[in-house]
Design a binder for this molecule. Structure first.
Ligand code: ATP
Ligand code: MG
Length: 424
């Protein structure tokens, strides 16, 4: 057996304690924000039947064609996939448990997603999303609600520099008409298509519009526009969304090329983008998906959702100079001698009863070396207990940022500490 150090899987990252602090803070902000709009948490498995994603996302999409971690369960032969996104699982769970029976649902989830992509900054093989789904709401008020929500989150996080792009994909009849015109147009220009476009021509011609190939941009620019095929209902819906956004002072750009990577979207789609993350500039994306519930076997119900990429958001926050407030530790307890060790452990537990964050020094060593650890811990206070203090039922309290050390009885410790911590 090789004794080389094992490494994490490429594109799957450890989040080390310093960075995890930022994640925890972010998750707290997100939780409060979701609660303020009445969204409730739902938690689905990380593994689902492969068929769920094929059916929900669409066979001819980047995700299903080449990004899924799919495998056979070696024990029973089931075809399984690590979830590449959350919408399909969420809708599956809602249908399986009949959550739409009585009322529409506002739901959210967060956690890792898995896609076999080429890792680069802002693009990983295990990454994290916060996903928000509202099921059973047909009107443009919901589309606007979700976009307004995002705007509020950026504000709560202190992010500027993110802009909103929206588009409408119309309804299935509009899309069918548009699709037929697109196929005819690209067939007339077959020689100008690259191999991927040729492959998609009959299976998913809309995705050709999403191509980044510079050689095809002129052709794409002149292609038949979905806008010209929209039904009156779809136009009204989109106009109503825009009008609510405008009432709230939300700026947006209509981007007719915004088609989204997944098949299930219709009507409103949107992306929040930044220019600060290079090619990985989309931090949040979503839209309406009225057909999906029916498509995966439920009684048809309208729905609207979005997901944000947590890694990309956090990079953006770090680049904007986000600094985390407050020290992480209140007290570091150093002690020497048997009697002192016993008292130290009691004192540490008492302070935790007071909701203080306390590290009890473990592993012995001289006072000097223990004080070094206390210093490095970032604690606001050190409590120092030697055997003579212990014998007297007292401890010394030392403010780590300077200030005089005081010696107090164990009974008075609580008040002394609270006073000193609150002064910080
Ligand atoms: P992209 O065009 O960047 O590949 P996408 O359209 O595939 O994005 P969605 O499926 O809409 O992405 O996922 C929503 C969000 O999740 C994205 O806007 C992005 O912020 C984030 N995201 C998607 N894929 C990754 C990844 N591989 N690594 C990190 N974040 C990702
Ligand atoms: Mg992608």
């Amino acid at each position: 057996m090789s004794n080389e150090t094992l490494q994490a899987v490429r594109g799957m990252n450890d989040i080390l304690p310093d960075e995890a602090e930022l994640w925890l803070w972010f998750e707290e902000v997100v939780r409060d924000w979701l609660a303020s709009y009445g969204y409730r948490n739902i938690r689905m498995p990380l593994v689902e039947p492969t068929a769920l994603f094929c059916r929900a996302i669409g066979e001819v999409t980047d995700i299903v064609e080449k990004e899924m971690y799919s495998f056979e369960d070696s024990l029973n032969g089931d075809q399984l996939t690590l979830r590449p996104e959350g919408t399909a699982s969420c809708v599956r769970a809602v249908l399986q448990h009949n959550l739409l029976y009585n009322a529409p649902q506002r739901l959210y989830y967060s956690g890792p997603m898995f896609r076999h992509e080429r890792p680069q900054k802002g693009r990983y093989r295990q990454f994290h999303q916060v996903g928000v789904e509202a099921l059973g709401f047909a009107g443009p008020d919901m589309d606007a609600e979700q976009i307004l929500m995002c705007a509020r989150l950026w504000k709560n996080l202190g992010l500027s520099d993110v802009t909103l792009q929206i588009n409408t994909l119309g309804d299935s009849a509009c899309r069918h008409r548009h699709r037929a015109k697109l196929i005819a147009y690209f067939e007339q220009n077959l020689a100008l298509l690259d191999a991927e476009a040729v492959r998609r021509l009959h299976s998913n011609p809309l995705r050709i519009l999403d191509s980044k190939n510079p050689a095809m941009q002129a052709l794409i620019e002149a292609a038949p526009k979905l806008m010209d095929e929209l039904s009156a209902e779809a136009i009204d819906h989109f106009a109503a969304v825009q009008s609510i956004l405008t009432q709230h002072g939300i700026l947006f750009e209509i981007n007719p090329r915004l088609v989204r990577g997944l098949d299930y979207y219709n009507r409103t789609v949107f992306e929040w983008v930044t220019t600060r993350l290079g090619a990985q500039g989309t931090i949040c994306a979503g839209g309406r998906y009225d057909g999906l519930v029916g498509q995966i076997g439920g009684k048809p119900a309208p729905a609207m959702g979005f997901a944000m990429g947590v890694e990309r958001l956090l990079v953006l926050l770090q680049e904007a100079g986000m600094a985390l407030p407050k020290p992480l530790l209140d007290v570091y307890v150093v002690h020497q001698g048997e009697l002192a060790a016993r008292l130290a452990s009691q004192v540490a537990e008492q302070l935790r009863d007071e909701n203080l964050r306390v590290v009890l020094h473990c592993g012995g060593g001289s006072f000097k070396s223990q004080m070094k650890k206390a210093d490095a811990s970032g604690a606001v206070l050190a409590i120092v207990i030697g055997d003579d203090e212990a014998a007297a039922g007292e401890v010394s309290v030392k403010p780590m940022q300077g200030g005089t050390q005081v010696r107090v009885g164990v009974q008075a410790l609580r008040d002394t500490i609270n006073k000193l911590i609150r002064q910080e």
